[in-house]
Design a binder for this molecule. Structure first.
Ligand code: FPP
Length: 243
């Protein structure tokens, strides 16, 4: 009998970014208030972070609150902010134990002062960790981020510190909030919606997109593994031809 050696499992994607969608529909399906959907969503965040640590994924970026989410009813915004407060306080110990470095991108000046302080504390407390880089996008908008990077370059040029003839992608990326993070390899959006919703517009230029029907509160290790399996079936050509 011929023995076929098992193929080694391919490396997981280095950077996974997730648009966590469907908390409201999950709550509706279970005849529960939307706030409960968001609470279950926070619990799915915990499961997903654990799964990424276990699978050896190095970067995870989560879209938790967009610069457009302020348009939601006041009570819902309050629920989401309270959940963030709770997450930033309650998860720190586990993040530390698991070697997770937490960073926040987005306009934090627009958040309540106590949340800004919790973010700073969590970032400082975990800055020595390197197993998983967890980035939470809060009050984040991709177009605003790009405009801010453009503005920074114009200011440098006006101050005589940047030759406009030498503008390139690398210089531009220095002005992005994700500076220092690799671009996402895999972008997942849950709940069946197939759009980017102003998330990491520049950074996702060559990401593979996986759209899943799962509502975010039901997302966990199994769904992550299945998205990764789909990712491994893709051929990434970066504009080139078949290799
Ligand atoms: C989208 O579902 C989800 C959000 C706008 C917020 C995501 C927030 C969490 C997962 C919880 C808190 C996060 C952390 C990091 C602790 P939706 O309300 O738009 O769902 P719907 O489209 O079904 O209404």
């Amino acid at each position: 009998m011929e023995i076929v050696a098992a193929r080694p499992a391919p490396d997981p994607p280095r950077h996974v970014a997730i648009i966590m969608d469907g908390n409201g529909r999950w709550a509706l399906n279970h005849a529960l208030p939307r706030a409960e959907g968001h609470r279950r969503g926070a619990s799915a965040v915990r499961q997903t972070v654990r799964a990424c640590v276990e699978l050896g994924i190095r970067y995870l970026t989560l879209f938790a609150f967009s610069s457009e989410n302020w348009k939601r009813p006041k009570g819902e915004v309050q629920t989401l902010m309270d959940l963030l407060r709770f997450y930033l306080k309650s998860e720190i110990e586990e993040l530390e134990r698991n070697g997770v470095r937490l960073r926040v991108i987005g306009d934090r000046d627009g958040l309540d002062r106590d949340i800004q302080n919790l973010i700073l504390f969590a970032e400082q407390r975990t800055e020595g960790n390197a197993r998983l880089n967890l980035t939470i996008a809060l009050n984040y908008g991709g177009r605003r981020e790009i405009l801010a990077a453009v503005e920074a370059m114009i200011r440098s040029a006006v101050a005589g510190k940047l030759d406009p003839g030498c503008v390139n992608e690398q210089k531009f990326e220095e002005g992005l909030e994700t500076h220092g993070l690799p671009d996402p390899d895999l972008l997942i959006r849950t709940s069946g919606e197939c759009r980017l919703s102003n998330f990491l517009l520049w950074q996702c230029a060559y990401s593979e997109f996986v759209f899943t029907q799962t509502l975010w509160p039901d997302f966990g290790k199994a769904e992550l593994l299945s998205a990764i399996e789909e990712f491994h079936q893709r051929e990434r050509r970066y504009g080139g031809t078949r290799g």
